[in-house]
Design a protein. Structure first.
Ligand code: NAP
Length: 250
């Protein structure tokens, strides 16, 4: 039995990752922030693949909730999976905020850094006793750390911090043979930014034109990479930023 914990697994890239991992024979624990109905749909889909799945609420910006969250994960592992540790952690949860540099407030910076940086940093720290030795962590960043798109300075800065965080985690968790990498997706058709890339045809076409493979990414494109990077097939990949963008803005 192999178990993956996926934050933000109710929609978008986290959902696609949960389904890709389930298709590889893994069981999953997914988190949602508000959308319990969407989370339950993912649970049903994983069950239909033939794997176990549990959903639990998490707000990665709410650091004070982490002790209870970790306790709940521990109880779920024992009660639902008859074990004490899980195998893979995908730090994926979060949203983007698009605001010009000139209009970005301290509050927006705090929101984005709490959700994408402080949260995953402290949550991973608290989850370490529940992660088995030789496991793997994948932190989700963005293509926007390599190239610019107007309005994403604060979001991309937070994702830049995620990439540095991953390298340090890899460096310091190697003594437990835990691999840590960063996955940087390009623009993917999800609810991100209220579905801006998916639902605005001129934006979608413009991004496709700037992508070597000629289209915008789909959630399943990322699910497949997550499954690969977390699996033992990638056992010698560690401390790396892997971009999955179809060759965007090369
Ligand atoms: N889509 C892209 O183009 C793209 C590109 C590069 C990187 N990314 C990154 O990929 C990750 C997933 O994005 P997505 O496109 O899949 O977005 P999405 O479709 O909007 O899904 C967001 C997921 O995160 C959860 N979530 C939102 N805020 C949260 C919070 N504060 N704490 C915990 N969970 C929270 C949501 O839960 P609810 O369903 O309960 O709201 C949902 O499961 C994000 O880190 C994003 O920055 C996305």
């Amino acid at each position: 039995m192999t178990i993956a914990l996926i934050t933000g697994g109710s929609r978008g890239l986290g959902k696609a990752s949960a389904l890709a991992l389930a298709s590889e024979g893994l069981d999953v624990v997914i988190t949602y922030k508000d959308n319990i109905a969407a989370a339950n749909d993912v649970i049903d889909e994983v069950h239909s693949i033939g794997q176990k799945a549990v959903a639990i609420q998490l707000d990665t910006a709410d650091v004070n909730s982490f002790d209870n969250f970790v306790l709940s994960i521990s109880q779920i592992l024992e009660a639902q999976f008859n074990c004490t540790q899980f195998d893979y952690l995908l730090n994926n949860a979060g949203v983007g905020i698009n605001l010009p540099f000139t209009d970005t407030t301290e509050e927006t910076l705090t929101t984005l850094f709490d959700m994408h940086v402080k949260g995953p940093y402290l949550l991973t720290q608290k989850l370490l006793p529940l992660l088995r030795d030789g496991s793997a962590i994948l932190n989700v960043s963005s293509g926007l750390t390599r190239f610019c798109f107007p309005g994403y300075s604060a979001y991309a800065m937070a994702k830049g911090a995620v990439e540095v965080m991953s390298r340090y985690m890899a460096n310091e968790l190697g003594n437990r043979k835990i691999r840590v990498n960063t996955l940087a997706p390009g623009a993917i058709e999800t609810d991100f930014g209220n579905g801006y890339v998916r639902d605005t045809s001129e934006v979608n076409s413009a991004i496709a034109a700037r992508t070597a493979l000629g289209r915008v990414g789909l959630p399943d494109d990322i699910g497949a990479v997550v499954a690969l990077l977390l699996s033992d097939k990638s056992h010698w990949i560690n401390g790396q930023r892997i971009e999955a963008s179809g060759g965007m803005n090369l």
